[in-house]
Design a protein around this ligand. Structure first.
Ligand code: 7TS
Length: 411
Protein backbone atom coordinates (compact mmCIF):
# COMPACT_ATOMS: atom_id res chain seq x y z
CA UNK A 1 0.00 0.00 0.00
CA UNK A 2 2.76 2.40 1.11
CA UNK A 3 4.68 1.36 -2.00
CA UNK A 4 1.64 2.13 -4.15
CA UNK A 5 1.39 5.70 -2.83
CA UNK A 6 5.09 6.30 -3.44
CA UNK A 7 4.78 4.83 -6.90
CA UNK A 8 1.85 7.11 -7.62
CA UNK A 9 3.65 10.23 -6.35
CA UNK A 10 6.77 9.41 -8.33
CA UNK A 11 4.60 8.78 -11.40
CA UNK A 12 2.98 12.23 -11.01
CA UNK A 13 6.40 13.84 -10.56
CA UNK A 14 7.74 12.15 -13.66
CA UNK A 15 4.74 13.34 -15.69
CA UNK A 16 5.24 16.92 -14.48
CA UNK A 17 9.00 16.74 -15.07
CA UNK A 18 8.56 15.14 -18.48
CA UNK A 19 6.01 17.75 -19.45
CA UNK A 20 8.12 20.75 -18.43
CA UNK A 21 11.13 19.15 -20.14
CA UNK A 22 9.19 18.86 -23.38
CA UNK A 23 7.86 22.40 -23.18
CA UNK A 24 11.29 23.91 -22.70
CA UNK A 25 13.56 21.77 -24.78
CA UNK A 26 13.77 19.81 -27.99
CA UNK A 27 15.51 16.53 -27.28
CA UNK A 28 18.35 15.42 -29.54
CA UNK A 29 19.14 11.73 -29.80
CA UNK A 30 22.76 10.99 -30.66
CA UNK A 31 23.02 7.51 -29.15
CA UNK A 32 21.94 5.47 -32.14
CA UNK A 33 24.59 2.81 -31.57
CA UNK A 34 22.78 1.94 -28.33
CA UNK A 35 19.41 1.71 -30.03
CA UNK A 36 17.38 3.55 -32.67
CA UNK A 37 13.89 4.95 -33.04
CA UNK A 38 11.54 2.45 -34.68
CA UNK A 39 10.79 3.81 -38.16
CA UNK A 40 7.06 4.77 -38.08
CA UNK A 41 6.61 2.76 -41.31
CA UNK A 42 7.92 -0.30 -39.50
CA UNK A 43 5.58 0.28 -36.59
CA UNK A 44 2.57 0.55 -38.92
CA UNK A 45 3.58 -2.62 -40.75
CA UNK A 46 3.72 -4.51 -37.44
CA UNK A 47 0.38 -3.27 -36.09
CA UNK A 48 -2.02 -5.76 -37.80
CA UNK A 49 -0.13 -8.71 -36.34
CA UNK A 50 -1.04 -8.01 -32.74
CA UNK A 51 -4.85 -8.02 -32.72
CA UNK A 52 -5.95 -9.01 -36.24
CA UNK A 53 -3.56 -11.60 -37.63
CA UNK A 54 -2.29 -13.06 -34.39
CA UNK A 55 -2.24 -16.75 -35.26
CA UNK A 56 0.68 -19.06 -34.67
CA UNK A 57 2.22 -19.67 -38.11
CA UNK A 58 2.65 -23.33 -37.20
CA UNK A 59 -1.13 -23.76 -36.80
CA UNK A 60 -3.03 -25.33 -39.67
CA UNK A 61 -6.13 -23.10 -39.50
CA UNK A 62 -6.63 -19.77 -41.25
CA UNK A 63 -5.33 -17.78 -38.27
CA UNK A 64 -2.01 -19.50 -38.70
CA UNK A 65 -1.83 -19.71 -42.46
CA UNK A 66 -2.73 -16.05 -43.10
CA UNK A 67 0.60 -15.07 -41.52
CA UNK A 68 2.62 -17.13 -44.01
CA UNK A 69 2.69 -14.63 -46.85
CA UNK A 70 3.71 -11.62 -44.70
CA UNK A 71 6.40 -13.79 -43.09
CA UNK A 72 7.68 -14.86 -46.50
CA UNK A 73 7.93 -11.24 -47.58
CA UNK A 74 9.81 -10.43 -44.36
CA UNK A 75 12.23 -13.33 -44.88
CA UNK A 76 12.82 -12.30 -48.49
CA UNK A 77 13.66 -8.78 -47.31
CA UNK A 78 16.07 -10.08 -44.68
CA UNK A 79 17.78 -12.43 -47.14
CA UNK A 80 18.03 -9.66 -49.73
CA UNK A 81 19.34 -7.17 -47.15
CA UNK A 82 22.41 -9.27 -46.39
CA UNK A 83 22.81 -10.93 -49.79
CA UNK A 84 21.99 -14.42 -48.45
CA UNK A 85 21.42 -17.27 -50.88
CA UNK A 86 18.08 -19.17 -50.75
CA UNK A 87 19.87 -22.26 -49.47
CA UNK A 88 21.56 -20.44 -46.60
CA UNK A 89 19.79 -20.31 -43.26
CA UNK A 90 18.69 -17.21 -41.38
CA UNK A 91 17.62 -18.12 -37.86
CA UNK A 92 15.44 -15.55 -36.13
CA UNK A 93 16.48 -14.97 -32.52
CA UNK A 94 15.62 -12.58 -29.70
CA UNK A 95 18.64 -10.27 -30.23
CA UNK A 96 22.27 -10.15 -31.32
CA UNK A 97 23.27 -11.34 -27.85
CA UNK A 98 21.34 -14.56 -28.40
CA UNK A 99 22.67 -14.98 -31.94
CA UNK A 100 26.27 -14.54 -30.80
CA UNK A 101 25.82 -16.94 -27.89
CA UNK A 102 24.26 -19.49 -30.23
CA UNK A 103 27.30 -19.42 -32.50
CA UNK A 104 29.96 -19.50 -29.79
CA UNK A 105 28.33 -22.13 -27.58
CA UNK A 106 27.15 -24.11 -30.62
CA UNK A 107 30.70 -24.30 -31.97
CA UNK A 108 31.84 -25.31 -28.50
CA UNK A 109 29.43 -28.26 -28.39
CA UNK A 110 29.99 -29.28 -32.01
CA UNK A 111 33.72 -28.90 -32.44
CA UNK A 112 35.57 -28.02 -29.29
CA UNK A 113 34.18 -30.09 -26.46
CA UNK A 114 35.32 -33.50 -27.66
CA UNK A 115 37.13 -32.87 -30.91
CA UNK A 116 40.81 -32.47 -31.66
CA UNK A 117 40.23 -28.70 -32.05
CA UNK A 118 40.63 -26.68 -28.87
CA UNK A 119 41.34 -23.11 -29.94
CA UNK A 120 39.44 -19.99 -31.05
CA UNK A 121 40.47 -16.43 -31.91
CA UNK A 122 38.64 -13.20 -31.22
CA UNK A 123 39.46 -9.57 -30.40
CA UNK A 124 39.65 -7.50 -27.24
CA UNK A 125 37.01 -5.05 -28.45
CA UNK A 126 34.08 -7.36 -29.07
CA UNK A 127 30.76 -6.54 -27.44
CA UNK A 128 30.38 -8.13 -23.97
CA UNK A 129 27.93 -10.70 -25.38
CA UNK A 130 30.76 -12.10 -27.52
CA UNK A 131 33.54 -11.48 -25.05
CA UNK A 132 31.75 -13.09 -22.11
CA UNK A 133 30.55 -16.07 -24.16
CA UNK A 134 34.20 -16.68 -25.09
CA UNK A 135 35.28 -16.26 -21.44
CA UNK A 136 32.65 -18.85 -20.57
CA UNK A 137 33.95 -21.46 -23.02
CA UNK A 138 37.47 -20.58 -21.86
CA UNK A 139 36.37 -21.56 -18.34
CA UNK A 140 35.32 -24.91 -19.83
CA UNK A 141 38.84 -25.54 -21.12
CA UNK A 142 38.96 -23.91 -24.58
CA UNK A 143 42.06 -21.92 -25.46
CA UNK A 144 40.90 -18.42 -26.49
CA UNK A 145 43.19 -15.84 -28.09
CA UNK A 146 41.92 -12.28 -27.48
CA UNK A 147 43.80 -10.12 -29.98
CA UNK A 148 44.69 -6.49 -29.17
CA UNK A 149 44.13 -3.71 -31.72
CA UNK A 150 46.90 -2.52 -34.04
CA UNK A 151 47.87 1.15 -34.29
CA UNK A 152 44.83 1.87 -36.48
CA UNK A 153 42.41 0.51 -33.89
CA UNK A 154 41.51 -2.66 -35.80
CA UNK A 155 42.92 -6.13 -36.45
CA UNK A 156 43.79 -7.24 -39.96
CA UNK A 157 44.14 -10.70 -41.50
CA UNK A 158 47.90 -10.37 -41.14
CA UNK A 159 47.49 -9.69 -37.42
CA UNK A 160 45.40 -12.86 -37.13
CA UNK A 161 47.44 -15.17 -39.38
CA UNK A 162 50.28 -16.03 -36.94
CA UNK A 163 47.73 -17.05 -34.30
CA UNK A 164 45.98 -19.69 -36.40
CA UNK A 165 46.97 -23.16 -35.22
CA UNK A 166 46.55 -25.65 -38.08
CA UNK A 167 44.16 -28.44 -37.13
CA UNK A 168 43.49 -26.84 -33.72
CA UNK A 169 41.75 -23.52 -34.37
CA UNK A 170 38.00 -24.01 -34.86
CA UNK A 171 36.66 -20.46 -35.08
CA UNK A 172 37.66 -16.85 -35.69
CA UNK A 173 35.18 -14.21 -34.51
CA UNK A 174 35.73 -10.56 -35.45
CA UNK A 175 33.05 -7.88 -35.41
CA UNK A 176 32.23 -6.15 -38.70
CA UNK A 177 32.18 -2.66 -37.14
CA UNK A 178 32.97 -1.63 -33.59
CA UNK A 179 30.10 -0.19 -31.58
CA UNK A 180 32.23 2.42 -29.80
CA UNK A 181 34.73 3.66 -32.38
CA UNK A 182 32.71 2.78 -35.46
CA UNK A 183 35.91 1.36 -36.98
CA UNK A 184 35.31 -1.20 -39.74
CA UNK A 185 37.32 -4.42 -39.73
CA UNK A 186 38.61 -5.79 -43.05
CA UNK A 187 36.03 -8.53 -43.45
CA UNK A 188 36.96 -9.79 -46.90
CA UNK A 189 40.59 -10.48 -46.12
CA UNK A 190 39.79 -12.06 -42.74
CA UNK A 191 37.10 -14.27 -44.30
CA UNK A 192 39.53 -15.32 -47.04
CA UNK A 193 42.21 -16.14 -44.47
CA UNK A 194 39.75 -18.35 -42.57
CA UNK A 195 38.76 -20.14 -45.79
CA UNK A 196 42.40 -20.71 -46.61
CA UNK A 197 42.91 -22.45 -43.23
CA UNK A 198 39.55 -24.22 -43.08
CA UNK A 199 38.55 -22.28 -39.97
CA UNK A 200 34.95 -21.15 -39.37
CA UNK A 201 34.46 -17.38 -39.46
CA UNK A 202 31.83 -15.54 -37.43
CA UNK A 203 31.19 -11.82 -37.53
CA UNK A 204 29.00 -9.73 -35.28
CA UNK A 205 27.52 -7.32 -37.84
CA UNK A 206 25.20 -5.62 -35.35
CA UNK A 207 26.75 -2.19 -35.92
CA UNK A 208 27.32 -2.61 -39.65
CA UNK A 209 23.81 -3.32 -40.96
CA UNK A 210 22.10 -0.14 -42.06
CA UNK A 211 25.36 1.81 -41.95
CA UNK A 212 27.47 0.15 -44.66
CA UNK A 213 26.78 -2.56 -47.25
CA UNK A 214 26.79 -6.06 -45.73
CA UNK A 215 26.75 -8.71 -48.42
CA UNK A 216 27.54 -12.33 -47.60
CA UNK A 217 27.49 -13.23 -51.30
CA UNK A 218 30.67 -11.15 -51.68
CA UNK A 219 32.28 -11.80 -48.31
CA UNK A 220 32.39 -15.48 -47.39
CA UNK A 221 31.48 -15.41 -43.70
CA UNK A 222 30.07 -18.59 -42.15
CA UNK A 223 28.02 -17.00 -39.37
CA UNK A 224 26.77 -13.41 -39.16
CA UNK A 225 24.65 -11.86 -36.44
CA UNK A 226 22.43 -8.79 -36.20
CA UNK A 227 19.77 -7.02 -34.12
CA UNK A 228 16.76 -5.17 -35.55
CA UNK A 229 16.73 -2.30 -33.06
CA UNK A 230 20.07 -1.02 -34.38
CA UNK A 231 18.51 -0.31 -37.78
CA UNK A 232 15.14 1.24 -36.84
CA UNK A 233 13.38 -2.05 -36.18
CA UNK A 234 11.89 -3.20 -32.87
CA UNK A 235 13.92 -4.28 -29.85
CA UNK A 236 13.86 -7.96 -28.90
CA UNK A 237 14.45 -9.51 -32.31
CA UNK A 238 17.63 -10.40 -34.14
CA UNK A 239 19.06 -12.83 -36.62
CA UNK A 240 21.76 -15.36 -37.22
CA UNK A 241 22.90 -16.02 -40.77
CA UNK A 242 24.41 -19.47 -41.35
CA UNK A 243 26.04 -20.40 -44.62
CA UNK A 244 24.42 -23.26 -46.51
CA UNK A 245 25.09 -26.67 -44.99
CA UNK A 246 26.29 -25.45 -41.58
CA UNK A 247 24.61 -26.76 -38.45
CA UNK A 248 24.83 -25.70 -34.81
CA UNK A 249 23.78 -27.27 -31.54
CA UNK A 250 20.91 -25.02 -30.42
CA UNK A 251 20.98 -22.81 -27.36
CA UNK A 252 17.24 -23.35 -26.84
CA UNK A 253 15.91 -26.87 -27.24
CA UNK A 254 12.21 -27.32 -27.90
CA UNK A 255 9.99 -27.42 -30.97
CA UNK A 256 11.03 -27.59 -34.59
CA UNK A 257 10.86 -23.85 -35.27
CA UNK A 258 13.83 -22.43 -37.19
CA UNK A 259 14.83 -25.93 -38.23
CA UNK A 260 15.26 -26.88 -34.57
CA UNK A 261 18.12 -24.42 -34.14
CA UNK A 262 15.97 -21.93 -32.23
CA UNK A 263 12.82 -23.29 -30.67
CA UNK A 264 9.98 -21.08 -29.44
CA UNK A 265 6.81 -19.70 -31.03
CA UNK A 266 7.67 -17.52 -33.98
CA UNK A 267 7.34 -13.77 -33.30
CA UNK A 268 5.35 -12.73 -36.35
CA UNK A 269 4.93 -8.96 -35.75
CA UNK A 270 8.60 -8.52 -34.96
CA UNK A 271 9.74 -10.58 -37.94
CA UNK A 272 7.52 -8.47 -40.19
CA UNK A 273 9.02 -5.36 -38.55
CA UNK A 274 12.60 -6.56 -38.89
CA UNK A 275 12.03 -7.45 -42.55
CA UNK A 276 10.76 -4.00 -43.43
CA UNK A 277 13.41 -2.32 -41.28
CA UNK A 278 16.09 -4.25 -43.15
CA UNK A 279 14.70 -3.22 -46.53
CA UNK A 280 14.37 0.44 -45.53
CA UNK A 281 17.87 0.42 -44.05
CA UNK A 282 19.35 -1.10 -47.20
CA UNK A 283 17.53 1.43 -49.38
CA UNK A 284 18.77 4.24 -47.16
CA UNK A 285 22.45 3.26 -47.46
CA UNK A 286 23.21 5.95 -50.07
CA UNK A 287 21.64 8.55 -47.74
CA UNK A 288 23.74 7.18 -44.87
CA UNK A 289 26.85 7.40 -47.02
CA UNK A 290 26.19 11.01 -48.07
CA UNK A 291 23.95 12.94 -45.68
CA UNK A 292 24.58 11.10 -42.42
CA UNK A 293 28.31 11.10 -43.19
CA UNK A 294 28.25 14.84 -43.96
CA UNK A 295 26.45 15.62 -40.68
CA UNK A 296 28.81 13.35 -38.75
CA UNK A 297 31.82 15.02 -40.36
CA UNK A 298 30.41 18.46 -39.58
CA UNK A 299 30.11 17.53 -35.90
CA UNK A 300 33.51 15.84 -35.93
CA UNK A 301 35.21 18.87 -37.51
CA UNK A 302 33.68 21.08 -34.83
CA UNK A 303 34.86 18.75 -32.07
CA UNK A 304 38.46 18.56 -33.26
CA UNK A 305 38.53 22.34 -33.62
CA UNK A 306 38.31 22.45 -29.79
CA UNK A 307 41.84 22.29 -28.31
CA UNK A 308 42.93 18.91 -26.89
CA UNK A 309 40.08 16.93 -28.38
CA UNK A 310 40.93 13.76 -30.30
CA UNK A 311 38.72 11.49 -32.34
CA UNK A 312 39.60 7.81 -32.27
CA UNK A 313 40.24 6.18 -35.64
CA UNK A 314 40.56 7.37 -39.21
CA UNK A 315 37.15 8.51 -40.49
CA UNK A 316 37.78 6.86 -43.85
CA UNK A 317 37.51 3.42 -42.21
CA UNK A 318 34.65 4.19 -39.87
CA UNK A 319 30.91 3.67 -40.32
CA UNK A 320 29.40 7.00 -41.40
CA UNK A 321 27.46 7.73 -38.21
CA UNK A 322 29.91 7.32 -35.33
CA UNK A 323 32.39 9.50 -33.44
CA UNK A 324 34.28 8.44 -30.31
CA UNK A 325 36.19 11.42 -29.00
CA UNK A 326 38.36 12.12 -25.97
CA UNK A 327 38.12 15.51 -24.29
CA UNK A 328 41.24 16.08 -22.21
CA UNK A 329 40.35 17.27 -18.68
CA UNK A 330 36.62 16.57 -19.09
CA UNK A 331 35.35 13.54 -17.21
CA UNK A 332 33.09 11.55 -19.57
CA UNK A 333 30.24 10.93 -17.12
CA UNK A 334 30.00 14.63 -16.15
CA UNK A 335 30.04 15.61 -19.78
CA UNK A 336 27.20 13.22 -20.64
CA UNK A 337 25.23 14.48 -17.67
CA UNK A 338 25.62 18.12 -18.73
CA UNK A 339 24.68 17.33 -22.32
CA UNK A 340 21.65 15.47 -21.02
CA UNK A 341 20.57 18.55 -19.07
CA UNK A 342 20.62 20.39 -22.39
CA UNK A 343 18.47 17.68 -23.96
CA UNK A 344 21.28 15.95 -25.85
CA UNK A 345 21.72 12.19 -25.53
CA UNK A 346 25.22 10.84 -26.15
CA UNK A 347 27.09 8.14 -24.25
CA UNK A 348 30.45 7.32 -22.73
CA UNK A 349 30.49 4.11 -24.75
CA UNK A 350 28.41 0.99 -24.78
CA UNK A 351 25.24 1.25 -22.67
CA UNK A 352 25.83 -2.41 -21.87
CA UNK A 353 28.88 -1.40 -19.80
CA UNK A 354 27.50 1.84 -18.41
CA UNK A 355 27.09 0.46 -14.91
CA UNK A 356 30.83 0.03 -14.55
CA UNK A 357 32.95 3.10 -13.96
CA UNK A 358 36.08 1.38 -15.27
CA UNK A 359 37.95 3.17 -18.05
CA UNK A 360 36.40 2.45 -21.43
CA UNK A 361 37.73 -1.06 -22.38
CA UNK A 362 37.97 -0.09 -26.05
CA UNK A 363 40.42 2.68 -25.15
CA UNK A 364 42.35 0.20 -23.01
CA UNK A 365 42.51 -2.36 -25.86
CA UNK A 366 43.76 0.42 -28.12
CA UNK A 367 46.49 1.34 -25.66
CA UNK A 368 45.12 4.80 -25.06
CA UNK A 369 46.32 6.65 -21.97
CA UNK A 370 44.26 5.69 -18.89
CA UNK A 371 43.42 9.24 -17.91
CA UNK A 372 42.22 10.07 -21.41
CA UNK A 373 40.21 6.83 -21.43
CA UNK A 374 37.92 8.35 -18.79
CA UNK A 375 37.09 11.26 -21.09
CA UNK A 376 35.64 9.29 -24.01
CA UNK A 377 32.25 10.32 -25.39
CA UNK A 378 30.43 8.63 -28.27
CA UNK A 379 28.09 10.48 -30.61
CA UNK A 380 26.13 8.26 -32.99
CA UNK A 381 23.76 9.68 -35.61
CA UNK A 382 21.03 8.12 -37.72
CA UNK A 383 19.03 8.88 -40.84
CA UNK A 384 16.59 10.70 -38.52
CA UNK A 385 19.28 13.18 -37.32
CA UNK A 386 18.83 16.71 -38.70
CA UNK A 387 21.25 19.51 -39.52
CA UNK A 388 19.61 21.76 -36.88
CA UNK A 389 20.25 19.10 -34.26
CA UNK A 390 23.92 18.93 -35.20
CA UNK A 391 24.23 22.73 -35.13
CA UNK A 392 22.71 22.90 -31.67
CA UNK A 393 24.90 20.03 -30.46
CA UNK A 394 28.01 21.85 -31.66
CA UNK A 395 27.02 24.99 -29.73
CA UNK A 396 26.21 23.04 -26.55
CA UNK A 397 29.38 20.93 -26.72
CA UNK A 398 31.56 24.04 -27.03
CA UNK A 399 29.86 25.69 -24.08
CA UNK A 400 29.95 22.55 -21.94
CA UNK A 401 33.58 21.63 -22.58
CA UNK A 402 34.65 25.20 -21.72
CA UNK A 403 32.63 25.14 -18.50
CA UNK A 404 33.84 21.71 -17.37
CA UNK A 405 37.44 22.58 -18.13
CA UNK A 406 37.16 25.73 -16.06
CA UNK A 407 36.33 23.68 -12.98
CA UNK A 408 38.58 20.71 -13.85
CA UNK A 409 41.62 20.01 -11.67
CA UNK A 410 43.10 18.02 -14.55
CA UNK A 411 43.13 20.78 -17.14
N1 7TS B 1 26.99 -6.59 -30.71
C1 7TS B 1 27.32 -5.30 -30.89
C2 7TS B 1 28.47 -4.96 -31.78
C3 7TS B 1 26.59 -4.29 -30.25
O1 7TS B 1 26.92 -3.03 -30.46
C4 7TS B 1 25.52 -4.64 -29.40
C5 7TS B 1 24.77 -3.61 -28.65
C6 7TS B 1 25.20 -6.00 -29.28
C7 7TS B 1 25.96 -6.95 -29.94
C8 7TS B 1 24.05 -6.47 -28.44
O2 7TS B 1 22.86 -6.22 -29.08
P1 7TS B 1 21.48 -6.69 -28.39
O3 7TS B 1 20.44 -6.31 -29.34
O4 7TS B 1 21.59 -8.13 -28.14
O5 7TS B 1 21.41 -5.95 -27.10
N2 7TS B 1 25.53 -2.46 -28.40
C9 7TS B 1 25.22 -1.44 -27.58
C10 7TS B 1 25.97 -0.26 -27.49
O6 7TS B 1 26.99 -0.01 -28.12
N3 7TS B 1 25.42 0.54 -26.60
O7 7TS B 1 24.34 -0.06 -26.12
C11 7TS B 1 24.19 -1.29 -26.72
Amino acid sequence: MKGDIFDYISFLLSVVKGYSWKVHMERIYLDNNATTIVDPKVKSAMDPFFCDMYGNPNSLHIFGTETHQPMKIAYDRIYAGIGAHDEDDVIITGCATESNNTVIKGVYFDLLRNGPKNHVITTQVEHPCVMNAFRFIESLGVDVTFLPMNKNGIVTAEDIRPHIRPGKTALVSVMWANNETGLIFPMKEIADLCREHDVLFHTDATQAIGKIPVDVSKIPVDFLTFSAHKFHGPKGIGGLYMRKGLKLTPLLHGGEQMGGIRAGTVNVPFIVGMGLAMELATNALPYEETTVRRLRDKLEDALIAIPDVDVIGDRAIRVPNTILASFSGVEGESFIWDLNKDGIAASTGSACASESLEANPTFTAMNIDKELAHTGVRFSLSRFTTEEEIDRTIAVVNKTVARLREISIRY
